[in-house]
Design a protein around this ligand. Structure first.
Ligand code: NDP
Length: 297
C-alpha cells in the first residue's frame, strides 16, 4: 500500500514556520506586519469558504488581513480601480482577487492589473512568464503548484530525471506545475481533454499529477507501480450517508491507485491545505522583500 502524503500536517508545519519567521522579524523591526488583501465579488458559497480559510490562515500566522467584499453589480472599471488602490497602499504586501468572477467581469484584465510584486497568487503574466523561462524566477510561484512540489519533495523521491505526467493544462494548476516539474529536472508530458491514449501515457508516469475536476476519472489500473500520485481534484459527490449529503473525492480512483503507488495524496487533506499555506508564505516573502527594499531607497 502507498504511503499517504499528509498535506494537512505538512501545511501546518509550513504555517508554524511562517509564524516563527514573522515573530523573529518583529524582534528586529517591531512594526513588521505582512498584510494580505483579498477582493471577493458576489456571494458564491464556495468562494466564501475559500476566503474564510485564507483569512483563518493569515490570522494564525500573525498577518493583517483585509477583505473587500464587493457587490456583483460592480463594474470592471470600479474593480480595477480597487486593485490600483491596493497596489498603491504601502501597508499591503499581497493582493488576491478571488476567482471566478461574475461573467460580466474580465478576470484576465483584473489579474493583469495587480502589481506583479504583490501578486501572491502568482497568476500575473509577468510572473507566469518568469516561471516558464529557464534562467529566471518569478516574484511568486502560484500557490497550488508550489504546494504540489513541496508534497513531492516530502516523499524523499528525487524528481531529477523522472518521467512526470500532468493531466490538466489550466493556467492555475496544470501548466504552472508542468513548468515547475521541468525546473526540477523531470521529463514532463502534459495531457488534456484531447489527449489520445491517456491511460497508456499515465502508465508511464513515475510522478503523476492530476488536475481535471472529474471524480475518480483516473483509474487505479492506469497507475504505474511505485508512482508518486498527486491528486489535485476536489469534487463533491452525492453521499446520503453524510449529514451534508455529499463527500469530497479526487480525480484519481484513490482506493485502487493506493494499492500500486508508492506515495499518494488523499482528498481532502492532500493538496488543498498546501494551497492556503503557500499563500501565507508568499505574503510573508513579499513583506520581507518590501522591507529589504526600503533600506535600498
Ligand atoms: P480547469 O477546468 O481549469 O482545467 C481542467 C483541465 O483538465 C483542462 O486542461 C482540461 O483539458 C483537462 N481535462 C478535463 N477533462 C479531461 C479528461 N477527461 N481527460 C484529460 N484532461 C481533461 O480546472 P482546474 O485546473 O482549475 O482544477 C482542476 C481540479 O483541481 C478541480 O477539481 C479543482 O477543484 C481542483 N483544484 C484544487 C485546488 C486545491 O487547492 N486543492 C486548487 C485548484 C484547483 P482542456 O484544456 O483540453 O479543456
Amino acid at each position: 500500500m502507498a504511503k499517504i502524503i499528509d498535506g494537512k500536517a505538512i501545511a501546518q508545519s509550513l504555517r508554524d514556520s511562517v509564524k516563527v519567521q514573522i515573530e523573529d522579524m518583529r524582534k528586529v523591526s517591531p512594526t513588521f506586519t505582512p498584510k494580505l488583501s483579498i477582493i471577493q465579488v458576489g456571494d458564491r458559497e464556495d468562494s466564501s469558504v475559500y476566503v474564510n480559510m485564507k483569512r483563518k490562515a493569515a490570522k494564525e500566522v500573525g498577518m493583517d488581513f483585509e477583505l473587500f467584499h464587493l457587490p456583483t453589480s460592480i463594474t470592471q472599471f470600479e474593480l480595477v480601480d480597487k486593485v490600483h488602490q491596493l497596489n498603491n497602499d504601502p501597508k499591503v504586501h499581497g493582493i488576491l482577487v478571488q476567482l471566478p468572477l461574475p461573467d460580466h467581469l474580465d478576470d484576465r484584465e483584473v489579474t493583469e492589473a495587480i502589481d506583479p510584486k504583490k501578486d501572491v497568487d502568482g497568476f500575473h503574466a509577468i510572473n507566469i512568464g518568469h516561471l516558464s523561462k529557464r534562467a529566471s524566477e518569478p516574484a511568486f510561484i502560484p500557490c497550488t503548484p508550489k504546494g504540489i512540489i513541496e508534497l513531492i519533495k516530502s516523499t524523499g523521491v528525487s524528481m531529477s530525471g523522472k518521467k512526470a505526467v500532468v493531466v490538466g493544462r489550466s493556467d492555475i494548476v496544470g501548466t504552472p506545475v508542468a513548468s515547475l516539474l521541468t525546473k526540477n529536472n523531470c521529463t514532463v508530458t502534459i495531457c488534456h481533454s484531447k489527449t489520445v491514449n491517456l491511460p497508456q501515457i499515465v502508465k508511464t508516469a513515475e510522478i503523476l499529477v492530476v488536475a481535471i475536476g472529474s471524480p475518480e476519472f483516473v483509474k487505479g489500473e492506469w497507475v504505474k507501480d511505485g508512482a508518486v500520485v498527486i491528486d489535485v481534484g476536489t469534487n463533491a459527490v452525492e453521499d446520503k450517508t453524510k449529514k451534508s449529503g455529499f463527500r469530497l473525492v479526487g480525480d484519481v480512483e484513490y482506493a485502487e491507485a493506493a494499492k500500486v503507488a508508492s506515495h499518494i495524496t488523499p482528498v481532502p487533506g492532500g493538496v488543498g491545505p498546501m494551497t492556503v499555506g503557500m499563500l501565507v508564505e508568499n505574503t510573508f516573502l513579499s513583506a520581507l522583500r518590501f522591507y529589504k527594499e526600503s533600506f535600498n531607497r
